[in-house]
Design a protein around this ligand. Structure first.
Ligand code: PNW
Length: 470
């Protein structure tokens, strides 16, 4: 270690994350039925190369080897999700074979001394529930609570950390308004209905799980951004940043932590009837105390009411047209900040993570006594396999180190960040981008299903062992 080494607090947890549909495969095995992603991946032009999750990383059959790999890397915790259509096919009664898979996975993790971090919903709604209206239907929130309790029936004795939803912004606006993700609807109204019902499902599940066991650590994971105006002196730019902050961050943070939708957001989206979906008592239901807030951070947004000369790619360039995910930000344009890009054309902006953590802590987490974790952060790059078989992904190591540095900066500013999960443990199904984009610290050869630890994986293992970056 050099003299410039910066250490993490003793209790800080290092982990990596994945999600069921992106890694499991075995899409038609042991009673699992279609989720909206099985259906969406069959829509012509919806996913690059028409890739689907039928096989993915075949983790369903290789979970033991994958846990051994996690142990080799020294991971202290592993964030994964359960598949609703495996646990309760078609949203119906429990499927013992489906829950048994997660039971075996959890036992394997505990045997390797890796703390299981469970997410109940990472975007794979049973298709049968979509046919009843999906998240635009209020009833789905109640079905979600029932599903949460079913997972708890089997895993409640061994899993301590429960996350209700992963990134409800994606499963509402990217999915029901932009049409870029499953189920591919393109309606501002449906996106708002979905957002409200996802929040309601979160509140119902937190209440029900809390009642079962007050000792559970309960929370939600949000993808959040730092929205900045191109020119802080131009009213149009400032308003553009306010809108993005409102329709990306505050539309979720405020109901969860304050029990209300932000006034300015309600005004912006008034034409699309968000309030039509809000019943008496809903906001109190959503505003349950939670123990953990997971922050997923990839990049910030520099915005203006004037179009950028050279816009960045916002979504996968699939042939099926998509629209803006924001219900009421038609005149808002993302501008490049001139920073280096990942293979997703996302700008690399580590200091945005520090800024975001400080802001979220000050305004939401600290006042409510909620713990903060970074539950996703990572980058896709065009990896090259060297002649000796190594994968010298120097840029990913730099990305990882820089973002861990930003977390230490936030900690230095008094934010008690309690852990970090790199996205992702291994290359996997990157939604509308199919298998084209690789985020892993472990490479997956999709022909043979062999795993190869990239140089960034070895670097992360060193960081975890030293509990410091240098
Ligand atoms: C997150 N966007 O997704 C997810 O939680 C992961 O499943 C995913 O693999 C990872 O980030 C990398 O993409 C996002 O278009 C997908 O703004 C798209 C967006 C944001 C997050």
């Amino acid at each position: 270690m050099t003299s410039h080494a910066r250490s993490f607090p003793p209790a800080f947890l290092f982990g990596a994350a994945t999600a069921a549909y992106q890694i499991e495969g075995a899409a038609h095995e042991d009673g699992r039925t279609d989720s909206i992603w099985d259906t969406f991946s069959r829509v012509p032009g919806a996913v690059i190369n028409a890739d689907n999750g039928d096989v993915a990383c075949d983790h369903y059959h290789r979970y033991q080897d994958d846990v051994a790999l996690m142990k080799d890397l020294g991971l202290q915790t592993y964030r994964f999700s359960t598949s609703w259509s495996r646990v309760r096919p078609d949203g119906g009664p429990v499927n013992p074979k489906g829950v048994d898979f997660y039971s075996r996975l959890v036992d394997e993790l505990l045997g390797a001394d890796i703390k299981p971090w469970l997410t109940l919903y990472h975007w794979d709604l049973p298709q049968a529930l979509e046919e009843k209206g999906g998240w635009a239907n209020r009833d789905t929130a109640e079905r979600f609570r029932d599903y949460a309790l079913t997972v708890h029936d089997t895993l409640g004795d061994r899993v301590g950390v429960w996350t209700t939803l992963n990134e409800p912004w994606c499963s509402s606006f990217l999915s029901y308004t932009a049409g870029a993700h499953a189920p591919g609807r393109q309606s501002p109204r449906d996106g708002l209905a979905a957002a409200h019902h996802l929040l309601l499902g979160h509140g119902l599940a937190v209440e029900a799980l809390r009642e079962r066991d007050p000792a559970l650590e309960l929370g939600i994971t949000l993808n959040l951004t730092v929205a900045k105006p191109v020119d802080p002196a131009r009213a149009g730019d400032v308003d553009a940043a306010r809108r993005i902050d409102g329709q990306f961050n505050r539309i979720f943070l405020d109901p969860i932590f304050r029990g209300s939708y932000p006034e300015d957001v309600l005004q912006d989206v008034a034409a699309f009837g968000l309030t039509d979906f809000v019943h008496e008592g809903d906001l109190a239901q959503i505003n349950q105390p939670i123990d953990t807030l997971g922050v997923n951070y990839y990049h910030g947004d520099l915005v203006s009411d004037r179009p950028a000369e050279h816009p960045l790619l916002a979504q996968a360039p699939t042939s099926r047209p998509t629209r803006s995910p924001y219900p009421a930000a038609d005149g808002v344009f993302d501008h490049p900040q001139g920073l280096p890009l990942t293979a997703m054309e996302w700008e690399i902006q580590p200091d945005g993570l520090r800024e975001l953590l400080v802001r979220v802590n000050t305004e939401y987490a600290a006042p409510t006594g909620t713990s903060l974790y970074v539950t996703e952060n990572g980058a896709a790059f065009d990896d090259v396999v060297a002649e000796d078989g190594s994968i010298p992904d120097v840029r990913r190591t730099e990305f990882l180190t820089a973002h861990l540095g930003a977390i230490l900066d936030a900690i230095d500013e008094g934010v008690d960040v309690k852990g970090y999960f790199y996205w992702s443990l291994m290359d996997n199904y990157e939604w509308a981008w199919g298998y084209e984009k690789r985020f892993g610290i472990v490479r997956v050869d999709y022909e043979t299903q062999e795993r190869f630890v990239k140089d960034s994986g070895r670097a992360y293992a060193d960081i975890i062992r030293n509990r410091a970056i240098s």
